[in-house]
Design a protein around this ligand. Structure first.
Ligand code: FES
Ligand SMILES: [Fe+2]
Length: 386
């Protein structure tokens, strides 16, 4: 982030009382409880938000070298992202053109892709290379018509995006909607993946994102963990198209702005969260990047991938242990404090006993996120706004 931008953000904090909730949105907002619990709305969301909009999948380090691949679910479409020999990325429907088996699982590295069912072999670019022992059986189905089906992929500023449908115009710039002006300065292209872990929670996907969009809950929910360190009353919010940015502040930032402006530093006192509607968020966390990616499985079940990336590969076991401990701690706080409560909230919302939720003026990123979601649904034919 440019230094002038950091100063500009710090200036916003001058004259703010660090002990008083700071209302940033002009109005509170309401969202019906059914937005989190209605199975028909969920199907609309999977189609409109997760299939037909750019999905942020991770940093480029997820598929670092030729032959590296990752598999993802794009609103129900099984997808395979593969690093090509020339360094570019391609994406395919992860289904063999013979009889539909997934040609790859999880993530890994391969010189070519072999289907586990009957052994058809595909090149990294998706073309069919061989049908071992059975070419004659398919001599009326030319190989050129049996390549893996493409999906849309874009990469830029060290981030990977994919889109299953209607992605002809997909680029990293269109997907980032202006956030690239800040993100380009982090040099994410050179970060390395330390580890990614996956957990499934019994919640609607939006509840996972909600928990990252405000610092208001820190005082109560995190009183025994991060509350002594983080400001709960004051945070900063910006927006990039549909995407909110929530900047969490360490309490130390209020001592920083007492210094002469020429000495101000912003990044050591913050966690900068870029929430990419709908698929997840990245957090710039001083010395590393954290990523949260959501995959909606059903209206009340969500697969959550958490990845930690470092600026360079750990050179020693001690360095590797340091990063792993960071990830352990992150998953411990969210996994014992945030997400178990989200599961209870999901049950309450599904009960039908609560008509709506209220998002406060002190939760502006939350308001922006749900406005973006509801507007995208409303703009799609046949998908009424909630
Ligand atoms: S389904 Fe892939 S080789 Fe038969
Ligand atoms: Fe939290």
């Amino acid at each position: 982030m440019r230094h002038e931008r950091q100063i500009e953000l710090l200036r916003r904090l001058k004259d703010v009382d660090p002990h008083e909730p700071w209302p940033l949105a002009p109005h509170s907002a309401r969202n019906p409880a059914s937005a989190y619990a209605d199975p028909r709305r969920f199907e609309d969301e999977r189609r409109v938000l997760f299939r037909r909009r750019p999905q942020m999948l991770g940093l480029s380090a997820e598929c670092a070298t030729p032959g590296a691949y990752m598999t993802v679910d794009l609103g129900g479409v099984p997808a395979l992202i593969v690093r090509q020999a020339d360094g570019s990325l391609r994406g395919f429907v992860n289904a063999c053109r013979h009889r539909g088996a997934p040609v790859a699982e999880g993530a890994g590295q391969r010189p070519r892709l072999a289907c586990p069912y009957h052994g058809w072999v595909y090149e990294l670019d998706g073309t069919l290379a061989a049908r071992p022992y059975a070419e004659a059986a398919f001599d009326d189905a030319p190989k050129s018509t049996c390549g893996l089906l493409p999906i849309f992929v874009a990469e830029g500023y060290g981030l990977i995006f994919a889109q299953a449908e209607e992605g002809e115009d997909l680029t990293a710039d269109t997907a980032l909607a202006g956030a690239q002006d800040e993100i380009k300065d982090y040099g994410l292209e050179s970060y390395v993946l330390i580890e990614g872990r996956e957990n499934t929670w019994k919640v609607n996907w939006k509840l996972i994102l909600d928990t990252f969009t405000e610092s208001y809950h820190i005082r109560a929910l995190h009183k025994n963990s991060i509350a002594p360190t983080y400001s709960t009353d004051v945070s900063l919010c910006n927006t990039f198209g549909p995407h909110p940015q929530m900047i969490g502040l360490l309490k130390s930032v209020f001592a920083e702005i007492e210094k002469p402006e020429a000495d101000w530093q912003f990044l050591p006192h913050t966690t900068l969260q870029y929430i990419f509607m709908p698929s997840g968020l990245i957090t710039y966390q001083r010395d590393h990047i954290e990523l949260w990616r959501v995959t909606p499985l059903s209206v009340d079940r969500t697969l959550v991938r958490t990845s930690l990336y470092a600026p360079e590969a750990p050179a020693t076991d001690k360095a590797r242990a340091y990063w792993k401990k960071n990830l352990d701690l992150l998953l411990q706080v969210t996994g014992t404090e945030d997400f178990p409560l989200m599961e209870k909230i999901q049950a309450n919302l599904a009960s039908g006993a609560l008509p709506e939720l209220i998002y406060g003026k002190n939760e502006p990123a939350l308001i922006h996120l749900h406005r973006s979601i509801n507007e995208a649904l409303a703009a799609s034919a046949g998908c009424p706004a909630a």
